[in-house]
Design a binder for this molecule. Structure first.
Ligand SMILES: CC(C)(COP(=O)(O)OP(=O)(O)OC[C@H]1O[C@@H](n2cnc3c(N)ncnc32)[C@H](O)[C@@H]1OP(=O)(O)O)[C@@H](O)C(=O)NCCC(=O)NCCS
Length: 142
């Protein structure tokens, strides 16, 4: 695949972000306001990956105030761009922070992906439906 470029998203990117997300049962809830309200874009919490100028994936993540780590809220790559390094590029775009996320226990593909890019299981969510995974950062601010 051609070069993958990541950049912060703007609100104009939202239609394409939604298009990618709703195509997967694991990310179709992107339309919920908590994922794509304008503050997410203003705060630089949404990053897109492009190939040949077209958006092929995105990640939404935010820094947690109390723990100072970065929580990945959602990541999704369009099916036709899958397994070509886009997901990895999106994770790496978050830099050397400690990264945390919840992944559904039934989402085996995402778990394999996260394990491959350096995450390890740390426990499970309160409701027991997700694994909590973490990747320790090399740039720890606190
Ligand atoms: C999970 C997802 C983001 C991975 O994105 P991707 O662009 O296909 O991943 P990459 O190509 O960057 O793969 C990175 C590594 O993970 C591995 N990987 C990716 N998909 C995999 C799979 N289905 N099975 C096993 N390993 C997999 C790759 O082999 C690669 O390892 P390598 O570098 O040694 O080759 C993508 O499958 C997706 O969008 N899924 C639907 C949405 C979703 O489930 N999001 C997560 C919700 S928590």
């Amino acid at each position: 695949m051609s070069d993958i470029v990541t950049r912060l998203a703007s609100r104009e990117d939202l239609p394409r972000i939604k298009e990618i997300a709703v195509a997967s049962p694991w990310t179709k809830h992107v339309t919920h306001i908590s994922y794509c309200h304008s503050g997410r874009f203003d705060n630089g919490e949404v990053t897109v990956a492009e190939v040949n100028g077209a958006i092929v994936g995105f990640v939404i993540a935010h820094r947690r105030r109390q723990t100072h780590d970065v929580k990945i809220d959602m990541i999704s790559v369009s099916a036709d761009a899958g397994r070509s390094g886009v997901g990895r590029a999106l994770v790496e775009s978050l830099g050397g922070e400690t990264l945390v996320l919840n992944v559904a226990k039934e989402n085996a593909v995402a778990q394999a992906f996260y394990a491959r890019v350096g995450f390890a299981r740390r426990g499970e969510s309160r409701d027991g439906t997700c694994w909590v995974m973490r990747r320790r950062g090399w740039r720890t601010l606190f």
